[in-house]
Design a protein around this ligand. Structure first.
Ligand code: KMH
Ligand code: ZN
Length: 275
């Protein structure tokens, strides 16, 4: 069991509208302020989706490069760009995310229903993402929305080899309508399925919406790490909107400390992830 807790903040996502969630960071300035404050609280990784001038999700290459550079200048956070984008983004734009040169990028391990939409992740696309990241020295975080995605990951690593750095890190994204539920039972099942992956594989977990706390507690008790943020949760408690990403990171840090698994520093996180 790992001692410290890797805390990832996913501050924005592609799904919530700024008009409905005014606290959502959508400009570069808002993102940088959030990043600095979340780092000070104990986050080590930032999972980044960006928005355009109208606060709509975008994979604009210039903005992505500027965002990576600005985050590196203002923080020591590990910069993980989303290659998932929004469900409407074409594969070409999602692959081009890697051109912005992040430390890490997400790599979703299969197609799933995503609410009323479909989040398409064809096998050949996954292979492209994985092999391009290997070539460019970008460390993937494999996004696992369902148990079968772990089987796909086992197949991917068997056929195409380990990721850059040699360490495998996965993130269980739980509670998406169409994926595995955000429950302790599902987390235990996913954790057990990790035994088919390389020794030393680590995992984070995040629960969408009201599953955030059950998933957080289950992950900590199973030796896992945490992802929190307004990409996944915009309600802090029943009837209480999230005020900021810092509020969610502070809560995760508090739980991690209670579990006697304090947040990893960014340097410790780099070592853990093979960066
Ligand atoms: N926005 C979702 C369609 C990722 O960032 O890699 C995909 C997503 C996963 O958020
Ligand atoms: Zn994302």
């Amino acid at each position: 069991m790992s001692t410290g807790t890797l805390i990832t903040v996913a501050p924005t996502g592609a799904e919530s509208a700024k008009a409905e969630v005014p606290a959502l960071p959508v400009t570069l300035d808002e993102l940088l302020l959030t990043a600095k404050e979340c780092e000070a609280l104990g986050a080590a990784v930032i999972h980044v989706h960006i928005r355009d001038d109208e606060a709509r999700p975008t994979l604009d290459q210039g903005r992505l490069r500027d965002t990576v550079a600005a985050l590196r200048e203002s923080t020591d956070l590990i910069v993980q760009l989303s290659s998932g984008g929004a469900v409407t983004d074409p594969e070409s734009a999602r692959l081009a995310v890697l051109d912005a040169g992040p430390d890490m990028a997400s790599c979703t391990m299969g197609t799933l229903n995503f609410g009323d939409d479909v989040f398409l992740n064809r096998w050949e696309f996954i292979v492209d993402l994985h092999t391009r990241m290997q070539e460019r020295g970008i460390v993937p975080e494999y996004e696992i929305f369902d148990l079968g995605h772990l089987t796909a990951l086992q197949r991917l690593l068997g056929k195409y080899g380990l990721p850059h750095g040699g360490h495998v890190h996965v993130d269980f994204v739980m509670g998406v309508p169409g994926g595995m539920p955000g429950t302790t039972q599902a987390l235990v099942a996913a954790h057990q399925a990790l035994r088919d992956l390389p020794e030393g594989t680590t995992f984070s977990a995040t629960g969408i919406g009201r599953s955030t706390i059950p998933v957080l507690l289950a992950s900590l008790s199973a030796g896992g790490h945490l992802r929190v943020g307004m990409e996944d949760t915009v309600t802090y408690a029943k009837g209480q909107p999230v005020e900021s990403n810092m509020q969610l990171v502070a809560r995760a840090v508090g739980f991690a400390q209670l579990a006697q698994r304090p947040p990893l520093t960014t340097a410790e996180a780099r070592t853990l992830l093979g960066l």
